[in-house]
Structures are given as structure tokens and as C-alpha cells.
Design a protein. Structure first.
Length: 34
């Protein structure tokens, strides 16, 4: 939703948000490689 996107952009500079994105991307890649 637009609200979720705005919140994501608002927290884009926070380390925790960045780590969550990195973790999600790595998890997704690991699933694709199986």
C-alpha cells in the first residue's frame, strides 16, 4: 500500500530497516537457489 511505501521510505536511513532488507534479500535468494 502507499502508506507502507511511505513508511519504508521514511525509515530507509535507519540501520535496522537496512538490515531487514538485506536479510530479506538474502533469504529470497537462498530460496531461489534451492
Amino acid at each position: 500500500s502507499d502508506l507502507h511505501r511511505q513508511v519504508g521510505q521514511f525509515y530507509i536511513g535507519s540501520d535496522s530497516h537496512f538490515l531487514k532488507r538485506q536479510f530479506a534479500l538474502q533469504h529470497l535468494q537462498s530460496l531461489l537457489q534451492q
